[in-house]
Design a protein around this ligand. Structure first.
Ligand code: ATP
Ligand code: MG
Length: 366
């Protein structure tokens, strides 16, 4: 039931570089959307990343993690910068992000790649190939070769140095990511492509078997399988054939970056990381962009669209999410562009102004 006022606590982690600028815009957009949709948000802004290192000596202070865990969803800007690049591993901003992901238990990473008609020119692909691309990569985030044991360095029988890692998935690890992907595909166009290397790798053979078994629970979703080498090629050749892609940690790492390059607009791309029951983590895929930080040049739309994913996948507030997505489209239709997506005939604006234009559109849409 959606009657009465729904109330949520949101943790905001502005972070470093352009993070605070883009999160401020997203916060305003969330606030206005909430008031129009009968939702109440309690925002808790906490330090994280390089700014937390400077203030508290650690990239993820305990209070920040506790607040995040105790909230309904977490919106992160960006972390890192030149200043902390030479720090030891445990004192790097990026380590704080890993700790946050582990602390929240998020195992599914969702990355949409959409070529909007207004931004086709930014795509690395030919217009005919790029037009209409709208896909989602669901990547397993906490298992596979990045975490599998045994791992390490050693020597072989010839006393030669070796390095080794283990690609390992349990049935339950596969099932839970597959369920997320089937649910996502169901909310989209009902097509799911599972990407693996089941012709070579045992972990992939189990992956394919479990995904195929689960498909009977989702008769409304059309499941296909593809080998990862072919998928990498098909993403360039004919990306429109994909709706939702589900894959393991390492293949997803590569394919989601490949998919994002199809759009060519790093300032437009959101992401979501979700787990079993606790709060999800929502963030733009871009970094802290120290080269343009503090200059009111950042594109806030990736973070605004991350806020829309927060509403849709984190809180189940689909109508509020749609309102934000529609407002972003309308803002582009009205011709407003930050520098990263500017083209002739459009209106160049800064981060703040872009935010104001999105707010106008949020307000004017029903
Ligand atoms: P990280 O390692 O944190 O991902 P990075 O240097 O690899 O950092 P970004 O920080 O995303 O990547 O920056 C890459 C380039 O894209 C920079 O030139 C930056 O200015 C630009 N950029 C990134 N995000 C935005 C944005 N939201 N708006 C405008 N330009 C952006
Ligand atoms: Mg980077």
């Amino acid at each position: 039931g959606k009657s009465g006022e729904r109330s949520y606590t949101l943790t905001l982690l502005p972070g470093d570089g352009i993070g605070p600028e883009v999160v401020a815009v997203a916060k305003d957009v969330l606030s206005l959307t909430a008031s129009l949709e009968g939702i109440k948000f309690h925002f808790k802004e906490m330090p994280m990343g390089g700014s937390a290192l400077d203030a508290a000596g650690v990239p993820l202070p305990d209070e920040t993690l506790d607040t995040a865990k105790g909230s309904d969803a977490v919106l992160l800007g960006a972390i890192g910068g030149y200043k902390w690049d030479k720090n030891e591993k445990h004192l790097k901003p990026e380590t704080g992000l890993l700790q946050l992901r582990v602390g929240l238990g998020v195992y599914a990473n969702l990355r949409p790649a959409v070529v909007l008609p207004q931004l086709v020119h930014a795509s690395t692909l030919k217009k005919e190939v790029a037009e209409g691309v709208d896909l989602m990569v669901v990547r397993e985030l906490t298992g596979g070769i990045y975490f599998g044991k045994p791992r390490g360095f050693g020597t072989n029988d010839n006393n030669e140095d070796i390095g080794f890692n283990t690609e390992l998935y349990s049935a339950s690890e596969i099932d839970r990511i597959a369920r997320v992907a089937f649910e996502v595909a169901r909310k989209r166009n009902g097509k799911l492509c599972s990407v693996d290397k089941a012709n070579v790798l045992e972990a992939s053979m189990l992956w394919r078997k479990r995904v195929t078994m689960l498909a009977s629970e989702y008769p409304d979703v059309e499941l296909s399988h593809m080998y990862v080498d072919n998928a990498a090629m098909q993403l360039i050749r004919d990306p429109k054939q994909f709706d939702t892609i589900v894959t393991n940690n390492i293949f997803g790492d590569i394919l989601s970056d490949e998919a994002s390059m199809l759009t060519g607009s790093i300032g437009m791309l959101p992401s979501a990381s979700i787990g079993e029951s606790g709060p999800g983590l929502f963030e733009p895929i871009h970094g802290s962009a120290p080269d343009i930080a503090g200059q009111d040049k950042a594109n806030p739309l990736a973070t605004v669209l991350s806020a829309a994913m927060l509403l849709k996948y984190g809180l189940g507030e689909e109508s509020a999410a749609q309102r934000i997505e529609a407002a972003v489209i309308e803002t582009l239709n009205r011709g407003f562009r930050t520098g990263d997506i500017f083209s002739s005939g459009t209106t160049l604006v800064g981060c703040k102004r872009m935010g104001e234009e999105v707010l106008k559109c949020v307000d004017s849409l029903t």
